[in-house]
Design a protein. Structure first.
Length: 323
């Protein structure tokens, strides 16, 4: 029997056809293996294919997850050449918090209130200053983000709405968030500012807990006064209807806390919705236009970087800002 006949008979025995590709070729098996790993694109379990392991980013969540991914590691180092146990524990805790926030934003359908441009304003400062003491007026869908972007630092959130606070803590129990009460009303904003301009003495000492000043917030949680804050973010309380507290007290308190620092450090303040009339007027009065505002045009956010403590701030007698 010739070689050709022998090969033909062998093929018949193995159940192969003379024509066509060998289904057991290495290239064919590699391709089929890749398909098995990817799974059926048309469906998950129960449809004949392996479920895709990579979660699909929901609308609006990808940008927030990308921001977190851009923070490659905490910008802090061990105080000695060796790695102490306390440092290692703190570093592990920061990494765990960052990972939890990344998973949350990568899989959540809830889009945070602030835009990427607004987040970028604060992120630029936090990259430079973290770990730091960060005080945030307001709890929102961005809260996990701010906590994660300050790894190893102290981040405290103040929220006016008890129902919303309970809901937020149920969803993210790792947040350090406390209830805050505000004595002001938005429809009193113009009268309060006019009164203080005519007689600034009640608020002249810029005491964060002073009860003579109608803008002071003396009843905040004790934690709010226990630290000197390196950065303060004002995204609350509500300020879009007459009976709302408005942000007059929060703006004044941010300036007062910067003024009251006993150390040499400056305070960076971020004010959201600065395009609204009341926020803009109080920012010019207490956060000072001489400190440059760094924010993308149209972002609705202003950054007032480097408000100095009292020993380096020469203000005019009639108010906080020296124009």
């Amino acid at each position: 029997m010739g070689k050709r006949e022998l090969k033909k008979n062998n093929n018949k025995i193995r159940g192969k056809k003379k024509s066509g590709k060998d289904r057991r070729s290495p290239a064919r098996w590699r391709a089929r293996s890749r398909e098995a790993v990817r799974g059926d694109r048309g469906g998950g379990a129960g449809r004949g294919g392996a479920r895709r392991l990579r979660p699909r980013l929901r609308s609006g969540a990808g940008d927030r997850a990308a921001l977190l991914c851009s923070i490659v590691a905490p910008r802090w180092r061990s105080p000695s050449d060796g790695v102490s146990a306390s440092y290692a524990a703190a570093s592990a805790a920061a990494a765990a918090e960052l990972s939890a926030a990344l998973v949350h934003y990568a899989t959540s359908s809830v889009v945070p209130q602030q835009s990427r441009a607004e987040i970028g304003v604060s992120l630029a400062v936090l990259r430079r200053r973290a770990p730091c003491n960060l005080l945030v007026f307001g709890v929102g869908h961005d809260s996990l983000l701010w906590s994660a972007l300050n790894p190893g630092g102290a981040t405290l959130f103040l929220e006016e709405d008890p129902k919303w606070l309970r809901s937020a803590l149920a969803a993210a129990p790792s947040l350090r968030a406390r209830l805050a009460r505000y004595p002001t009303r938005l429809d009193d904003a113009d009268a309060l500012l006019a009164s203080l301009r005519s007689d600034p003495s009640p608020c002249a000492d810029l005491d964060p807990r002073g009860r003579r000043c109608p803008l002071a917030l003396p009843d905040l949680p004790a934690e709010a006064y226990a630290r000197e804050w390196d950065a303060i973010m004002i995204d609350a309380p509500r300020g879009y209807f007459a009976a709302a507290p408005g942000r007059m007290g929060a703006i004044y308190t941010a300036a007062a806390m910067a003024w009251a620092r006993s150390g040499e450090g400056d305070t960076d303040v971020f004010l959201h919705d600065v395009d609204r009339r009341v926020e803009r007027a109080y920012a010019l009065e207490f956060l000072c236009e001489k400190y440059p505002s760094a924010a993308p045009e149209g972002s609705g956010t202003s950054a007032f970087p480097g408000l100095p403590p009292s020993q380096r701030h020469h203000r005019r007698s009639a108010g906080f800002c020296a124009h």
